[in-house]
Design a protein around this ligand. Sequence first.
Ligand SMILES: Nc1ncnc2c1ncn2[C@@H]1O[C@H](COP(=O)(O)OP(=O)(O)OP(=O)(O)O)[C@@H](O)[C@H]1O
Length: 340
Amino acid sequence: MPQQPAQPLLEIDRLTRVFLSRQGLSVTRLEAVDDASLTLEAGKPEIYALAGESGSGKTTLARMVLGLERPTQGTLNYKGRPVGDLTPKDKRTWFYREVQPVFQDPFATFSPMKRVDSYLYETARNYRVAEGAAIEKRIDEALGVVGLTLAEVRGRYPNELSGGQAQRISIARALITRPSLLVADEPVSMLDASLRMSILNLFKDLRDSQGVAVLYITHDLATAYYTADRIGVMLRGWIVETGPVERVLGNPLHPYTQLLKSSVPQADPDKAWSAAPAEPPRPVKFPVSGGCKFAARCPYVMDRCRQEIPGSYEAEGRHVKCFLYEPGFSGVRPTAEAVP
Ligand SMILES: Nc1ncnc2c1ncn2[C@@H]1O[C@H](COP(=O)(O)OP(=O)(O)OP(=O)(O)O)[C@@H](O)[C@H]1O
């Protein structure tokens, strides 16, 4: 499928995914992803971390990018083509070669009864990446990128692999089709701290040497800071702050990002930031009331925050979904140091 040169690699504009659940006569509505926008440019491979606490909508957004979940509203284009309009044939012959998932638990993707190399052969055959002996060469190349060889992997069962080796093989499987985008949902959260860095370094290497962009989904700010070029911080379906990772985490502007950062245990960067007292998304009964989703807990809340939804305003080299950064705001803005 020819690529249109001027199109972004991934364009997400005001994307929303609503889940409705019925209990008796009442319907509850949960905006798992709500009005989220982000763009990954073509030809500039980067690692974009989508960070947020459990239930903030990261996986739902990732599943929409992978074409596994249909958006309720908004734009989701890959190389200029709406993902929701792709036919099963488009997906098989183009999209699934271009966009590959990397999952949290590599052992869950491999059956204990099957040799791991069989997954590599299956992927190569299913996507017709090569014929005959060239298949082995392609598999060996993909394994080479993650620091392994087919000779090392051949004939081995999952229980003969370490967690790090299993995750490397699952990344090699994803690379067989030479994708342009990896969607990696918590790819290191099941690994020992000592192995985490090697996998995160591998993503950086893939970006630099293979030109692969990575959407890195994580609940862990420390690994996002270490790995990503840019970050989007999610709160109950919204992306509340997005920009270069050094700016957003070095000097967070949104009161929620400030709260998250202040809750990271500084002495132990490997710890997840579970201490943040954020709310999980709550299903709401119709009608839905407006206002900022952080208003009830924001130390800087203003009257309008309870009634109006803030826009996403450009401030200090990033976008912030908060009235404090609306052009013309004349009050005092919080600083990261002043977080209560
Ligand atoms: N198929 C579904 N039906 C109904 N609700 C769903 C469905 N999938 C996700 N949700 C809800 O949407 C919200 C966002 O879930 P999601 O898994 O995207 O969050 P997350 O940030 O990835 O969390 P975690 O890190 O725990 O996976 C949650 O409240 C979840 O219960």
